[in-house]
Design a protein around this ligand. Structure first.
Ligand code: IPE
Ligand code: IPE
Ligand code: MG
Length: 245
């Protein structure tokens, strides 16, 4: 493993955990088994991220487009969210992790919504790390909801259209109060964002690995952070720039 001294630990890491289906297919297993294994990997990744000193981990668990999958797969995922929601509560309390669920949760069954509320409430004073899970989340859906909300504030006289700023939009997103991701990790090799954190990823460093999500582990996480540590982030400026040149 890398010399930990040289690693620049990103404050906020976003993950598109992809490849559960392919992992299962390779083994002749049903897709639901891939998802079950993926949930275990996620639980372990919360531990590993907390150990490494990452402050915010934002994991994409279910997109607004994932409802297009077969009922049996969606059903298996919802069952896993219930089981792992409860397990996550234990991990979060043990590692002093605050849990937040982002996305449009009203589409989920009420018992699952209750689990989200319970875990958010129970962990709200935890301070070591924030673990955010994006469920029924879509970047376009999130921005649409923000536009609707701000339009209502303007209509009701609580905001002025000319005062709308980038900060105001950030403050209305599901991720309000969290830093933008420094690093995005996508597993299983796909080179796309799949509607994830479209606003927040504006200047995020992207790392894609061919490793399928259920095979992801701490060594892989460290590899991603090593790659991040070598990046030269310029945010549109020039590194060699001095005043007047
Ligand atoms: C990621 O694994 C988990 C979810 C999208 C819920 P996939 O189910 O997308 O796995 P692949 O891409 O089919 O391998
Ligand atoms: C993105 O993966 C969504 C999650 C990881 C939850 P998908 O597997 O749904 O993305 P596409 O369809 O390959 O773009
Ligand atoms: Mg996929």
């Amino acid at each position: 493993m890398a010399d930990m001294e040289q690693l620049k630990i990103p404050e906020c890491v976003a993950v598109i955990l992809d490849g559960n289906g392919r992992w299962a297919k390779k083994r002749g297993l049903p897709r639901s088994m891939g998802h079950a294994e993926g949930c275990k990997t996620l639980e372990q990744t919360v531990y590993d991220a907390a150990d490494l000193g990452i402050k915010v981990l934002i994991a994409y668990g279910f997109s607004t487009e994932n409802w297009k999958r077969e009922d049996s797969e969606v059903g298996a995922l919802l069952t896993l969210f219930k089981i792992y929601g409860k397990k996550l509560m234990r991990v979060a309390m043990e590692k002093n992790v605050r849990v937040r669920v982002i996305g449009e949760r009203s589409r989920f069954p009420s018992d699952l919504i209750r689990i989200f509320e319970d875990i958010e409430e129970a962990t709200k004073d935890n301070t070591a790390m924030t673990f955010v899970t994006a469920l029924n989340y879509g970047g376009r859906d999130e921005i649409t909801r923000v536009v609707r909300k701000i339009a209502e504030e303007v209509r009701d006289g609580n905001a002025d259209a000319k005062d709308i700023t980038e900060q105001m939009i950030s403050d209305h997103l599901d991720t309000a109060g969290l830093p933008d991701p420094d690093l995005l990790i996508r597993t299983s090799g796909e080179l796309r964002l799949s509607n994830y954190l479209l606003w927040q990823l504006a200047y995020t460093e992207i790392y894609v690995t061919d490793t399928l999500w259920p095979d992801f582990n701490k060594a892989e996480l460290v590899k991603a952070i090593e790659a991040y540590s070598r990046r030269d982030r310029r945010f549109g400026g020039r590194k060699d720039q001095e005043a007047g040149t």
